[in-house]
Design a protein around this ligand. Structure first.
Ligand code: GLC
Length: 800
């Protein structure tokens, strides 16, 4: 590349030579001869912020994405000046900054290149909007792979793609369609099995190019704002994701019922229809915890009102549903109907809470209620007001969760399907246009909703679900993947999106099971529910335009399959809750794509279908009609086929049988999988026993955990939880299980039921805490290797 003396090439401007350097504790500033500043901030040994300014001038520092609660601090920081460069050295990485052109290269401490600027930072001045179009390009060595970026409905490995982030209402989207509802400008790069991450914290429209334009270059740029990105070093991909999640925030635990099965449709009304649906679940004994009210519960689609003809006494209905174990979740959209007789509209008008166009008029747009105005959720006063609106629906009526939709924001019958660019936003005092606030609008709405529901549901925990989201939204809300279609291709997409959201810090996500648009065949619905029960959020939803989508609409065989898998989800609730706790506590992604599970196995780099649910359950959906099974890759290690108990060795692709009632599912050897009894809803039964399925492994210890608490409320934050850590050691004729317990919560059950799978010997003796027990006293079943053990043991010895 030849750069002329004005440091300009093809319309792009470049930093010149560094002419000054300064350090203020964790911030290191480099200034160039042509007014560029690079500020490097060391957040942790492996988390570094890179921020660039032009004209010697930074914007005011503000981000909606970064969490206040993230880990900060490092144990080593040295800055060295060399002839050609500066070197910043932490415990984990070395950053070189070239004096001649400000280019950055990042190495691990062994000197391996992790990520290196190609052109590095450059920019174009935007004549149209003012400010800069800020750009970054990085060298893309051969074989580098790319993952992440939220809800993109394309191959997990993004190599060769160009991506756009601009939240968009994309009804019936297709494979590879971009952009969709969410903007998560975070990707993971991996080269030679070393992973790193980049979070480009810029809410303007952003683009990412992964070797699409130039084979050896990866770049990202934004239509405004600053070049401001965070770099995370792994080398483990899981650590990249946990560090990113820590920086942008972790969620609270949801109430356990939110991890149950949910049923939705556009729309269940009137009240008798809602009851008919919920009663049928109980009659058919398909467990279900959540029932949704879509927009038709409102009066003329006015948020925070009720259609009294369909729902004459919502409080009574919600209570009756609750008595039957159903939690009611209601939709709330951002568009507020322009109506002088409508209290929400009047309050917002009186207080000047609606978004306005640049020249003063309100931002007017058509959504479900007709012409609407839209609250500016980037205004803290508006958020506070909005949160107060939930008093009646949550506190008085007893609705348990709120569903935020259309918050891209979606506007009907206009070309861009959203606000025009000139709309003004408060942006927490950093006034700006919609170009900057668009991608964050949905998250700020969900945040305000979360604050309201949390306040009025207290001391219980809130449940929020959103369609649009930006990085950090996971602190407030779960999400779903929007208006998909009842096709086999969309089953593939749903699998990809759930995995991708997990590796993008937003694990609590699911798809509309069965598809939103069009109507699934019974077979497709059955295959989808089999996958859906392994997604952190599990809900059937449909547009209702093409027929019903309750499990019983597809005949007896599908009812049976649905019941079998929803029951399995309810049995696995302690396992799922423990996964959630690891996500909430440490930022661990709940679903692990195979590459995230084992990046050191090259076979995993381009796999899409198989994933690990939690840490120990391998799942692979059937994605084609008339299947009797499929080929799948079983990752390295040894696994038990969950259904046949067959012991298989991974590291190769193999055929797995799967008739309509079976999804390929494997348990890692050495795992101890906790199960509750089947319940029709969370809390239906007192949990009398915790079942533990122990999958034998010969050799090294395997650790499994079980997290439990009151299943709702905040006592867990005060130490009132029960965290059991089991270590399994297997020998040729002996098994040792050690238990360590943390937390002060006392679980309801007194007994654990152990079932040993794959034991290579016949049990002749059992010792609990070094005392031999009479096998009769523990209800020992020698055929199935089942026994009952009092819960508070420290060590069990099973001897052959
Ligand atoms: C949007 C949502 C969908 C909802 C519908 C009506 O299309 O994505 O889930 O049912 O609006 O509210």
């Amino acid at each position: 590349m030849i750069i002329n003396t004005e440091l300009e090439y093809k319309g792009n401007l470049f930093p010149g030579r560094i002419n000054s350097f300064s350090q203020d504790v964790d911030k290191i500033n480099f200034k160039t001869e042509n007014g560029v500043i690079l500020q490097v901030t060391i957040l942790r040994g492996s988390v570094i912020r890179f921020r660039y300014a032009t004209d010697n001038n930074f914007e005011k520092d503000f981000s909606y994405a970064i969490s206040k609660d993230g880990v900060r601090g490092y144990s080593k920081l040295e800055v060295e000046e060399h002839k050609d460069c500066y070197k910043i050295i932490t415990l984990k990485i070395i950053i070189k900054i070239s004096k001649a052109d400000l280019k950055v290269s990042i190495f691990d401490i062994h000197g391996n290149v992790i990520c290196k600027d190609d052109w590095g930072f450059h920019w174009e001045q935007s004549y149209e909007f003012g400010g800069n179009i800020v750009k970054m390009s990085k060298a893309a060595p051969q074989g580098e792979c790319y993952y992440g970026l939220g809800d993109k409905p394309m191959h997990l490995n993004l190599k060769g793609k160009r991506i756009e982030n601009w939240a968009t209402d994309q009804y019936a989207f297709g494979k590879d369609q971009d952009p969709l509802y969410k903007s998560v400008p975070f990707y993971i790069g991996m080269h030679e099995e070393r992973a790193y991450g980049i979070f480009f914290d810029n809410t303007f429209k952003t683009f990412f190019d992964f070797c699409h334009e130039r084979r050896n270059v990866t770049s990202f740029w934004a239509h405004g704002g600053e070049m401001n990105y965070y770099f995370f070093y792994g080398p483990d991909m899981e650590d990249v994701v946990t560090r990113y999640t820590d920086l942008t925030g972790k969620p609270e635990l949801p109430p356990l019922w939110a991890l149950g099965y949910h049923q939705c449709k556009w729309s269940y009304y009137p009240e008798s229809k809602v009851k008919e649906v919920t009663s049928k679940f109980r009659e058919l004994k398909i467990p279900c915890d959540g029932i949704y009210l879509d927009i038709d519960y409102m009066d003329g689609f006015r948020c925070f009102t009720w259609n009294k003809e369909y729902f004459p006494d919502p409080k009574r209905m919600v209570k009756e549903l609750a008595d039957d174990g159903f939690k009611t979740i209601a939709i709330i959209d951002p568009g507020i109907k322009i109506d002088d007789d409508y209290w929400v509209y009047k309050e917002a008008m009186e207080n000047d809470y609606f978004c306005k166009r640049a020249d003063g008029p309100y931002m007017r747009g058509k959504v479900w209620p007709g012409e609407c105005y839209f609250p500016d959720f980037t205004n803290p006063k508006v958020r506070e007001w909005w949160s107060g609106l939930f008093k009646e629906i949550i506190d008085e009526i007893g609705v348990k969760g709120i569903w935020n939709d259309m918050n891209e924001p979606a506007v009907m019958e206009v070309p861009g399907k959203t606000f025009p660019d000139d709309v003004r936003h408060n942006y927490d005092g950093h006034h700006c246009s919609h170009r900057k606030a668009h991608n964050i609008y949905g998250t700020q709405m969900a945040r305000a909703t979360y604050e309201g529901v949390k306040k009025y549901a207290y001391p219980k925990r809130p449940f929020i679900i959103t369609r649009s989201a930006y990085s950090g939204a996971q602190r407030f809300t779960s999400s779903w993947t929007g208006d998909n279609i009842a096709t086999w291709e969309h089953l593939w997409i749903a699998n990809i999106q759930a995995q991708r959201m997990s590796m993008s810090g937003m694990s609590f996500t699911g798809s509309d099971i069965g598809g939103f648009a069009e109507h699934p065949t019974g077979e497709l619905y059955a295959r989808w529910i089999q996958l859906g029960v392994f997604h952190p959020f599990c809900r059937t939803h449909s547009s209702g335009d093409h027929g019903n989508q309750e499990p019983w609409t597809f005949g007896q065989e599908v009812i049976n399959v649905t019941r079998k898998y929803v029951e399995l989800r309810y049995q696995l609730l302690p396992y799922l809750y423990t996964m959630f706790w690891e996500y909430a506590e440490y930022g661990v992604p709940m679903l692990k794509s195979l590459v995230l599970y084992d990046q050191y196995d090259l076979q995993t780099h381009y796999r899409t279908d198989e994933f690990i649910f939690g840490n120990q359950i391998l799942v692979c959906p059937i994605q084609e009609p008339n299947s009797k099974g499929r080929r799948m890759y079983i990752p390295k290690g040894k696994w038990y086929n969950y259904w046949t108990k067959e012991f298989v060795t991974g590291g190769l692709e193999q055929w797995v049988d799967a008739e309509l009632d079976t999804i390929p599912m494997f348990i890692k050897e050495g795992a101890i999988i906790p199960k509750y009894p089947v319940q029709q809803y969370v809390g239906e039964k007192k949990i009398e026993e915790l079942k533990l399925e122990v999958y034998f492994k010969l050799g090294a210890k395997e650790v499994s955990k079980v997290f439990e608490d009151a299943q709702d409320g905040y006592d867990y934050m005060k130490g009132r939880y029960s965290l059991r850590t089991f270590s399994f050691t297997g020998k040729e004729n002996e098994v040792i299980i050690q238990q360590h317990k943390d937390g002060t919560f006392i679980t309801e059950y007194e007994t654990m039921v152990f079932e040993f799978i794959g034991l290579p010997f016949k049990i002749s003796e059992v010792e609990i805490d070094n005392e031999v027990v009479d096998l009769k006293t523990i209800d020992f079943d020698p055929v199935r290797n089942i026994m009952k053990i009092p819960k508070n043991f420290t060590e069990i010895h099973i001897v052959g």
